[in-house]
Design a protein around this ligand. Structure first.
Ligand SMILES: CC(C)(COP(=O)(O)OP(=O)(O)OC[C@H]1O[C@@H](n2cnc3c(N)ncnc32)[C@H](O)[C@@H]1OP(=O)(O)O)[C@@H](O)C(=O)NCCC(=O)NCCS
Length: 182
């Protein structure tokens, strides 16, 4: 069964399966874990400021905006149980220009640096280019987020444009935009 969003031509599959990572459409129930992650030091430092720049009420818009498609990131836990470790998805799909901004985060440090973020990003790009029909995907990254920059460059994103400043609850921050085309 597929989930249909309000954008009638989008069919969201129930799972996007990789070698170690599975993406599933985010459910309301998953929010309990996400709220906990919002207190994580790295999420507060690198993830929240970018979202807050555009949208103070990010969490409330996840199920209401028709251009938002968010997946939860799952890995194999003990036995047959899968564990939700983060989220990845498009805050705004621009179907007019066939492009989308995306964001991702692994909720706690114990699950970072294990290749899960990279694999989740590769699954999302495959979905974007081969199922959504997008021709490019971009991300804004804080310039001091060297790990995220490394991941983007490793997957094939290229920096575009100049550094920009965004207004965040913690003041002005430098961001750089990365883009990958199909
Ligand atoms: C950014 C993030 C999603 C990446 O996911 P991840 O699972 O940790 O990343 P991976 O393990 O797939 O890859 C990490 C890569 O960065 C490298 N790396 C780790 N720390 C680094 C650092 N400080 N500077 C540069 N590279 C670094 C690792 O060696 C690895 O590279 P490799 O694959 O070439 O060996 C995750 O770290 C995260 O959630 N961070 C906090 C929130 C955030 O920054 N979100 C992104 C906002 S744009």
């Amino acid at each position: 069964m597929t989930t249909e969003t309000t954008e009638s031509r989008i069919k969201i599959p129930p799972e996007l399966r990789g070698e170690r990572v599975t993406l599933r459409p985010l459910r309301l129930f998953d929010m309990f874990r996400i709220i906990r992650w919002l207190f994580d030091n790295q999420i507060r430092r690198f993830f929240k400021p970018i979202l807050s720049a555009d949208n103070q009420n990010w969490a409330l818009t996840l199920w209401t905006r028709r251009d938002t498609i968010i997946f939860s990131i799952w890995i194999q836990g003990v036995g047959s149980k899968k564990v939700h470790i983060g989220n990845i998805g498009f805050q705004e799909v621009d179907f007019g220009n066939n492009e989308a901004e995306y964001g991702f985060g692994i909720g706690s440090e114990e699950n970072r640096n294990k290749g899960y973020g990279t694999e989740a990003l590769e699954l999302l790009l495959d979905f974007a280019f081969n199922q959504l029909g997008l021709s490019s995907v971009y991300a804004r990254v804080l310039v001091n987020n060297t790990r995220a920059i490394h991941v983007h460059e490793g997957v094939g994103f290229k920096q575009e444009g100049e550094l920009e400043k965004i207004r965040t609850p913690d003041g002005l921050k430098d961001v750089v935009q990365f883009r990958i085309t199909k």
